[in-house]
Ligand binder design. Structure first.
Ligand SMILES: [Zn+2]
Length: 166
């Protein structure tokens, strides 16, 4: 368990301050996104009626309002940093410093050309515009869910991008 510096939250952090989604199929209709992440695929939804590609993934098309007419399409797993911000002090509880967010260029032929993401595994002061970054998938604390009066721990993952050459 990471040390978050607030003794009253020791060992309670994932329950009291959980900022991650519940990814289990029984509670989340875009659960295939997380299942794909676990397989190393970075995906989103494409509407089979009008072709609109959403980010984040959806069950309802924001363009034509078709419901449950989505297919999963792959997104690029590498891109180039267009611009970024780097927070050193005062990062939100549960995040390590530096907390870096970047606009990533996926290229003009990608389903989504620009993407805002957290940049992980990157020391402060080392990221530059134009750097190549790649997808990284990591475990986050499992979430307790109730299944027929039993509590089971649902394993979860999330993603960020990280520098390719660091
Ligand atoms: Zn549509």
């Amino acid at each position: 368990m990471a040390e978050f510096g607030i003794p009253i939250l020791a060992d309670k952090y994932p329950v009291t301050m959980d900022m991650w989604p519940v990814e289990d199929q029984r509670f989340n209709r875009i659960y295939p996104f997380y299942e794909n992440l676990k397989q190393g695929r970075f995906t989103t939804t494409r509407c089979t009626k009008c072709g609109f590609i959403s980010w984040p993934p959806r069950v309802l098309c924001p363009e034509c309002y078709a419901l449950d007419e989505m297919e999963w399409v792959d997104l690029p797993m590498r891109g180039t940093v267009l611009t970024f911000s780097e927070e050193i002090r005062g990062v939100p509880l549960g995040f390590d410093s530096p907390l870096i967010h970047a606009w990533i260029d996926f290229g003009e032929n990608a389903p989504i050309t620009r993407f805002l993401s957290r940049i992980a595994n990157c020391p402060a002061g080392t990221l530059n515009e134009g750097d190549e970054v790649k997808l990284v998938v990591f475990d986050i604390p499992p979430h307790p869910i109730e299944v027929k009066k039993d509590v089971v721990m649902s394993e979860r993952v999330f993603f960020a991008f990280e520098p390719v050459n660091k």
